[in-house]
Design a protein around this ligand. Structure first.
Ligand SMILES: Cc1cc2nc3c(=O)[nH]c(=O)nc-3n(C[C@H](O)[C@H](O)[C@H](O)COP(=O)(O)OP(=O)(O)OC[C@H]3O[C@@H](n4cnc5c(N)ncnc54)[C@H](O)[C@@H]3O)c2cc1C
Length: 475
């Protein structure tokens, strides 16, 4: 029986482990930190941090769409499929699935709280040895990297301003446990970034009693848009015939999408239905875009795409408007140029509004990095990623969106060959699919990967011609 080591027990690693167990594999699920089944997204305790997908669409299992809803209704029967429930409930749900798996597969399932710091593949390239932070060693036939979302990289600022990033007045990773405790609620803060992470942080600060202004700055100053009330949400539209034959350029797609939105709006539909309808087609569209057009999209359209595609729950959008209306949150488009630390413990932040040449100054107490998860594996400062990159076992994609994998989720190495042992599943699939960060997509990827890795049945010891078994199905 094959042993599969799954590294990372966020949503993706947890589901991959469950699927592998169901297929008969022996599984070791390893997660760093103090808890399984949380990851960055579901580790928060703040009740105001709700899921950005309604409960009815968050089941871990495509074949059982009601699984998560049933779970949350045991906690609070007033929840329905349209509810945006606290994210920590999703972590509880994943933990409950792991608990059941321990009961169902006591012989074949092991979980460990530890960090994998190194992976060595044997010379025959059929097995791997994992080195853990505790010093333990593990051996596995197959390894799944389900490493998920990493803390944000420092925001892009001029080189002269970078020395500030070692200051105690700077919070590089707002998702780190307890890190917001150091923020003085009576002194202004600067949030760099204006997307979903900023919203999370602003709400968490207000939840702790923030009274002084919060300033949020990003290049475009775009705020997350809201989901509609999910109770009245019609199904996504079907894309019209010929739509996918749009010329593969960033500009061509922008034009086609705008036209489609306009024609659907004329029929009384909402732009969100069009974005929803595009979701399953996005990987095919992305794969057709040549690399210069992907670059163009990332440079000019990414911020616009993100706010339309990655929306927040209606109650969070209302809370955001309230904060802005009360003057507690001030949002601007611009760039930070310099941080000037003062002897009295404050920081003067010099910044320029978008389109302006004149510099403005903010006097604040803390700077919080809200630029969102880091995805650039070319420069990522993570021991395991660094080692695999150095040893040529993984290959970052050229745009810094994730990792190169083949159609069986096998890592592609520096020589361009697919690994027989190392596989990847998770948000770094953005490199090939662009749309690969949320549960509805990740559950499909995790399920397909488990099918690829499913152990072949033991050979039957009988006389006669050899069994001609088909290979594992391709995803
Ligand atoms: C703040 C936030 C909120 C989100 N909210 C939603 C939402 O409401 N709905 C939705 O569909 N999607 C949401 N997402 C998208 C999110 O990408 C997916 O929902 C999902 O959580 C990703 O799961 P994952 O397992 O791939 O990654 P993660 O949840 O990040 O889990 C990866 C795990 O791997 C572990 N790990 C990493 N390296 C190692 C190592 N070397 N050794 C051992 N363990 C390691 C990490 O500690 C972590 O526990 C959100 C994302 C973020 C960042």
């Amino acid at each position: 029986m094959k042993t599969v080591a799954v590294i990372g027990a966020g949503f993706t690693g947890t589901l991959t482990a469950l699927r592998l167990l169901a297929s008969g594999a022996r599984v070791v699920l390893i997660n760093r930190g103090h808890a399984m089944a949380r990851g960055v997204a579901y580790g928060t305790h703040a009740l105001e941090h709700v899921l950005n997908v309604p409960a009815g669409r968050m089941s871990a299992f495509d074949e059982d769409p009601g699984s998560f809803l049933r779970y949350v209704r045991t906690v609070d029967p007033s929840y329905d499929a349209s509810s945006f429930v606290p994210r920590r409930l999703y972590g509880d749900y994943l933990q409950s699935l792991l608990d059941s798996a321990h009961l169902s597969y006591p012989e074949r399932f092991q979980t460990r709280l530890d960090a994998v710091t190194r992976i060595e593949v044997d010379e025959r390239r059929t097995r791997a040895r994992l080195v853990l932070a505790s010093g333990a060693l593990l051996s596995a036939d197959r390894v799944v990297l389900a490493l998920g979302n990493f803390s944000p990289a420092d925001p892009p600022v001029p080189a002269s301003a970078r020395q500030f990033f070692v200051s105690p007045r700077y919070i590089r990773d707002p998702w780190q446990d307890g890190v917001l405790e150091s923020v003085d609620p009576d002194r202004p803060v600067l949030l760099i970034g204006t997307g979903l992470t900023m919203l999370d942080v602003a709400l968490a600060l207000v939840g702790r009693g923030q009274r002084a202004p919060m300033h949020a700055i990003s290049r475009r100053g775009l705020l997350p848009l809201a989901h509609r009330d999910a109770r009245n949400e019609p199904p996504p539209i079907h894309l019209p015939a010929g739509f996918l034959a749009t010329p593969p350029t960033a500009r061509g797609w922008l034009r086609a999408l705008r036209q489609l939105v306009a024609s659907e709006q004329a029929l009384g539909r909402d732009w969100r239905d069009v974005i929803g309808g595009l979701r399953s087609a996005t990987p095919a569209i992305w794969r057709q875009l040549p690399s210069n057009e992907r670059r163009r999209f990332l440079r000019h359209l990414r911020a616009l795409w993100d706010v339309h595609r990655h929306r927040c729950a209606p109650q969070l959008a209302a809370a955001l408007s309230g904060l802005i209306g009360d003057g507690l949150l001030q949002v601007a488009a611009g760039r930070v140029r310099e941080f000037d630390e003062q002897a009295d413990g404050s920081v003067r932040v010099h910044w320029r509004r978008r389109g302006q040449t004149r510099s403005e100054t903010l006097e604040i107490a803390t700077v919080i990095n809200c630029t969102g998860p880091e995805g650039d594996t070319r420069v990522m400062n993570e021991p395991l990623i660094e080692q695999l990159r150095r040893d040529g076992l993984l290959c970052p994609d050229e745009l810094g969106l994730g990792l190169q994998v083949d159609e069986r989720y096998a890592l592609i190495n520096r020589q361009g060959a697919s690994s027989r042992v190392l596989h990847y599943v998770g948000p770094f699939l953005k490199a090939q699919d662009w749309e690969a960060t949320a549960v509805p997509e990740l559950r499909q990827h995790a399920t397909r990967l488990a099918t690829v890795l499913a152990p072949e049945p033991e050979p039957v010891m009988a006389q006669g011609p050899p069994d001609r078994r088909p290979g594992p199905p391709s995803p």
